[in-house]
Write a protein that binds this ligand. Structure first.
Ligand code: AMP
Length: 212
């Protein structure tokens, strides 16, 4: 089983992916998380990716496809939920080729939708723990103590690319480069669309109904 979560930054892909992981017994494969780990570890990949990420630009397709190939070969035929990948038509085509090689294909694509103003509102309020990866939102899911991680007690930060001017650029990139994937997967008969407005639980119920 291989599922793709599509949708703008901040729509809740990561949050819903975590519910789906439990439900489907799948692994979440977030290219954003893999890249941030590479930047933190100072690897060659991280050095190549950092400048693009800080500016809200996409990391080049060949870099991303190399990373995905490596990860999928490692995972074998374990069920996977792709979160934040593919982000361009060449990435989607590359994934199709890779899966044809490894056996199987994409089974389902879930697109979460929300309007741009809501994205800016949500992402401006997002805070992360750089140590254990926990994600909070000052509007919907605040930490118990101000600016401190509930799990490890470390200080929370705002991602550089969650600053309002970078968010707007990421949205423009999304509309231009990622939105065409909606048609790509609709054409393949794989697309299911779900409204991403509302609380985490409301969206989770909609997702479950749509996939039932
Ligand atoms: P995310 O956490 O998914 O919002 O990703 C954060 C940043 O990582 C993006 O703004 C891009 O710079 C980069 N990134 C993540 N996934 C991809 C991808 N599939 N293709 C290109 N760049 C990506």
């Amino acid at each position: 089983m291989r599922m793709i979560l599509l949708g703008p930054p901040g729509v809740g892909k990561g949050t819903q992916a975590r519910f789906l992981m439990e439900k489907l017994g799948a692994l979440q494969l977030s290219t954003g998380d893999l890249l941030r780990a590479a930047v933190r570890d100072g690897t060659e990949l991280g050095k190549r990716a950092k400048g693009y990420m800080d500016q809200g630009e996409l990391v080049p397709d060949d870099v991303i496809l190399g990373l995905i190939r490596e990860t999928l070969v490692e995972l074998g035929d374990k069920p996977v939920i792709f979160d934040g990948f593919p982000r361009t038509v060449p990435q989607a085509e590359g994934l199709d080729r890779l899966l044809a090689e490894l056996g199987g294909g994409v089974d389902r694509v879930l697109e979460l939708t929300v309007d741009d103003e809501e994205v800016v509102r949500r992402l401006s309020a997002r805070r992360c723990c750089p140590k254990d990866g926990a994600v909070y939102n000052l509007l919907y899911n605040p930490p118990r103590a101000d600016s401190v991680c509930d799990r490890c007690g470390g200080p929370l930060i705002q991602r550089d690319d969650d600053k309002p001017e970078v968010i707007r650029h990421r949205l423009a990139v999304y509309h231009q480069q990622t939105e065409p994937l909606s048609d790509y997967y609709r054409g393949a008969g794989l697309l299911v669309r779900v409204n991403g407005d509302g609380t985490v639980d409301e969206v989770r119920r909609r997702v479950e109904d749509a996939l039932a």
